[in-house]
Design a protein around this ligand. Structure first.
Ligand code: AMP
Length: 121
């Protein structure tokens, strides 16, 4: 997969403050905000502030500090949203097969209800 980053994507605009977002958590290297079209009672997106396209791009090229910050941001969102006890699901769509809509790496945190099977159909 190629990792050419296009900074006109909507999450880059959110990071530049050009469009609003419903922030749940901001850390040095990461931002978590509510998905605009929630698919579950709790649906939060966590993104790195750096210019990474997919999870594999981020995991290969981000610094250890960025990766640690991102991983801990996910844990903190789970805590703040009360998901630790009832459980949750993390999803990171990548590329064509993953039907990735926004080409800035993100992890979906879904929870607050029974989520059903991993894949429909
Ligand atoms: P995907 O790239 O397929 O993993 O999904 C991108 C997600 O971004 C979708 O769930 C959208 O609802 C969400 N989304 C798109 N634009 C915004 C926005 N401005 N604020 C919050 N979430 C958004």
């Amino acid at each position: 997969m190629t990792h050419a980053y296009d900074d006109t994507n909507i999450f880059a605009k959110i990071l530049r403050g050009e469009i609003p977002n419903d922030t749940v958590l901001e850390t040095e290297h990461s931002l978590a905000f509510r998905d605009i079209t929630p698919k579950a009672a709790v649906h939060v997106l966590v993104i790195p502030k750096g210019a990474y396209v997919t999870y594999d791009h981020f995991a290969r090229e981000a610094s250890n500090a960025q990766i640690a910050d991102f991983t801990r941001a996910i844990a903190e969102v789970c805590r703040r949203e009360g998901l630790e006890e009832g459980g949750y699901r993390l999803i990171s769509n990548a590329g064509e097969a993953g039907l990735q809509e926004v080409p800035h790496m993100h992890v979906h945190i879904l929870g607050g209800q029974a989520l059903g099977p991993l894949l429909a159909g």
